[in-house]
Each structure stands twice: as structure tokens, then as C-alpha cells.
Ligand binder design. Structure first.
Ligand SMILES: *Cc1c(COP(=O)(O)O)cnc(C)c1O
Length: 395
């Protein structure tokens, strides 16, 4: 049996999305900026895709900019808010300690330019509260950027409440919704979101394409300079096929959230319950407010990398926080941020499901993970020390 349980890393494209892309490779191949009819056909497709994405988010079409993915959208949102803030001498930004690197590394760059960043503590409940945001806002705060849902541990943040706080205090609010779009109902107006990032390949669309929603009136700064595409805010000939594939995938995902997500969540809960029986383990992430497909555990006394390789050999594709930045052996910043110590953070496993997964696959995972964990523990000198009492269990 082959089980793909790494949907937080990327997803397989849906037939709907593939079919939506095909005409734009060799039939409607024009450049939307061309004035002739071939170009105008592409322009119409681009406009229609923008309308679709806007409808899925509850905003206006002109508030959507297409980008090369979630990372670019995060960069553009944060840099734009920083420039707006700097003009008013507001150079304080609030975020969380468990954001994606597209957000954290952009903020690190701004810190070197003199911005001050507050990283909200995520140890309690592996989440933040709107009160924490309210308490952190200062006179000179120009931006709150917190993710909608965490890609490693699945916590879903109280976005509507945070949006209400930011709107009331007059602070721009950006959310990296790459893990939420297509999985959770989003309405940027009702939730008082000023800017939002999403990415096609996390909801069965293509890779290399994403979108940034920016509320009308927010002066975006270009990350990619070039022509007048995307209202002059993102240069480069539009990736029409990718954009149409992403729009179709997003609409398909949003139209089916109510039927797909309870099914996915039921598989998630069965995995969480079954894997919790493994001794000396801990669930990572918010137990209640959690992405429907996310299962994240730390197992004491093992290495996440070995676990992944053995699981792959048994037909299960999963991921581990520590392997995230490939080539680096540092444990995941997310697991450290929620308070896991290094040794424990190294033994992490993330399984991320989608609507294509089945109950039989869940059974297979529930059979092989406990086997592989005990196999690795039996070979581990650390585990021996724990068992003989030479070392104290943490979990
Ligand atoms: C995948 C991901 C991104 C990056 O999106 P890309 O389209 O791959 O650039 C950003 N944020 C989160 C939370 C993600 O999961």
C-alpha cells in the first residue's frame, strides 16, 4: 500500500484543476497585455480567474494580485505594510514565534533595517489569543502578521477576533492563509483581514502560483518590478494556465469544504487517538482548533529522519519538523516555539491528510507507525538510558 500523508507540503492536482489549465498551453496562449483577439481571450480568462478567487475569499476582484506562490505573497504583504508604517514613523510589527519562514525571514530583514518585531508566545495551548495581540499593540505598531493555520502542528488561530482587535486599533492585519484556504471557510470582510496570502499547490492546484488579497486603499510595494501587469503591482507576463488552474482548484475546494472536511477530520481523529497509545509521546498543536488534516506528534527517544525513511519503506510518505529545512539538523523552530526541548523535537512526525486519503490508509498508518517507533527505540542508546533510569523521561 502506498499512502501519501504529506499534504501540508504539497498536494496532488485535482482533475478539475488540470482540465482548467490545459486550454492555456496551446489554444488560448495569448499574452493578456496584447490588444489583439488572441491576447484578449487570455485577458478574459485572467479576469474570470480573478473573479473566482475573489468570490472564494469574499472580496472584490481588484483586491486580488496573482503571485508566484505563498512565499511571494507573504513577502509583498509584509514589505508593503512596513513601507506604509515607516512613512508614519511606525516601525513595530507583531507576529508569532511559529510563522512560516517566508514571514519570519522577511521580518528578520526588516529588523536589520531598524524595525522592531514582537514574537508572540505560542507555548500555551500551542496557539495565541486575540488578547495577546491586543496587549502587544503599541502606538508605533504598523502591522500584525499571524498565520491562519500552522503548517507543522495544525493550530488554527482566532483570526476573526484578531481581525476585530486590529481594525479597532487601526493596525494593518495580514494573515498567511496558505494552509487554510480551501480547507476552512474564509471571508476577509467579515473577519476584518486587510491582507491575505494563499498558494495554489496546497489545495490541489498547481505549484508556482499564488495570490495576495490586499484591501482596497492599501498601497502595495512591488517585489517584482516590471510592466503594468496586476495593476502595476507585480511585473511579469501572467502565468495564465497556473492562475486558471489555481482558481478552479480553489473554487472546487471551497465548494466542497462542508462535505470533505468532516471526513478528513474523522480520519485525523482516528490517527490521533491511535497514535496517542504509543508510550512517551505527545501531540503537537491545538487539540480543538486544528486543521482537519493535521496530525503531529513527538516520540521520545527516536530521530524523526530515521522514522521517515522507515515509514517510506513501508509505503507511508510523511514529514518531520526537523527535516523541514533540508540539509539542516536543527529541530523545527515551530516545535521549539511551542516549548518542545531539542531531544523531543527531533523525534517528530507530521501526517497531513486530504480528502483523497481513505480509512484503509489510516489503518495502514496505525499499524506501521507503532511498529517503526518500537523498532527504532529498541536500537536507540538514548531509549536504553531512559529505560534503565540513567536518563529521565521528558514525555
Ligand atoms: C507552503 C507554505 C508557504 C509557501 O508557499 P509557496 O507557494 O510554496 O511559496 C507559506 N506559508 C505556509 C503556511 C505554507 O504552508
Amino acid at each position: 500500500m502506498h499512502v501519501y500523508a504529506d499534504n501540508a507540503a504539497t498536494t496532488k492536482m485535482s482533475p478539475v484543476a488540470i482540465n482548467a489549465m490545459l486550454p492555456y498551453f496551446d489554444k488560448i496562449y495569448g499574452n493578456p497585455s496584447s490588444l489583439h483577439s488572441v491576447g484578449q481571450e487570455a485577458r478574459e480568462a485572467l479576469d474570470a480567474a480573478r473573479d473566482t478567487v475573489a468570490a472564494c475569499l469574499g472580496c472584490e476582484s481588484r483586491e486580488i494580485i496573482f503571485t508566484s506562490g505563498g512565499s511571494e505573497a507573504d513577502n509583498q504583504a509584509i514589505i508593503s505594510a512596513a513601507r506604509i508604517g515607516a512613512r508614519k514613523n511606525k516601525k513595530h510589527i507583531i507576529t508569532t514565534a511559529f510563522e512560516h519562514h517566508a514571514v519570519l525571514h522577511t521580518l528578520n530583514k526588516l529588523e536589520k533595517e531598524g524595525f522592531e518585531v514582537t514574537y508572540l508566545d505560542v507555548r500555551k495551548g500551542h496557539n495565541i489569543t486575540a488578547q495577546q495581540v491586543a496587549d502587544a499593540i503599541r502606538e508605533d505598531t504598523c502591522l500584525v502578521t499571524v498565520m491562519y493555520a500552522n503548517n507543522e502542528i495544525g493550530s488554527v488561530l482566532p483570526i476573526a477576533e484578531i481581525g476585530a482587535v486590529c481594525r479597532q486599533r487601526g493596525v494593518l492585519f495580514h494573515t498567511d492563509a496558505v494552509q487554510a484556504a480551501g480547507h476552512i471557510h474564509i471571508n476577509v470582510k467579515e473577519q476584518n483581514i486587510d491582507m491575505l496570502s494563499l498558494s495554489g499547490h496546497k489545495f490541489h492546484g498547481p505549484k508556482g502560483v499564488g495570490a495576495l488579497y490586499a484591501r482596497r486603499g492599501i498601497a502595495l510595494v512591488n517585489v517584482i518590478e516590471g510592466g503594468a501587469q496586476e495593476r502595476g503591482k507585480r511585473g511579469g507576463t501572467e502565468n495564465i494556465a497556473g492562475i486558471c488552474g489555481m482558481a478552479a482548484a480553489l473554487k472546487d475546494a471551497c465548494d466542497h469544504i462542508d462535505e470533505n472536511m468532516p471526513r478528513v477530520a474523522a480520519m485525523r481523529d482516528r490517527l490521533i487517538e491511535g497514535l496517542s497509545r504509543i508510550p512517551h509521546c505527545a501531540l503537537n498543536g491545538d487539540r480543538v482548533n486544528r486543521l482537519p488534516g493535521n496530525v503531529s506528534f513527538c516520540f521520545e527517544g527516536i530521530e524523526g529522519e530515521s522514522l521517515l525513511l522507515l515509514l517510506d519503506a513501508k509505503g507511508v510518505c510523511a514529514s518531520s519538523g526537523s527535516a523541514c529545512t533540508s540539509g539542516s539538523l536543527d529541530p523545527s523552530h515551530v516545535l521549539l516555539a511551542i516549548g518542545r526541548v531539542h531531544d523531543v523535537a527531533h523525534g517528530s512526525l507530521r501526517l497531513s491528510l486530504c480528502e483523497y486519503n481513505t480509512d484503509e490508509e489510516v489503518d495502514h498508518i496505525l499499524k506501521v507507525v507503532p511498529e517503526v517507533v518500537s523498532y527504532l527505540r529498541n536500537m536507540s542508546p538514548v531509549w536504553r538510558d531512559l529505560q534503565t533510569g540513567k536518563r529521565q523521561y521528558i514525555l
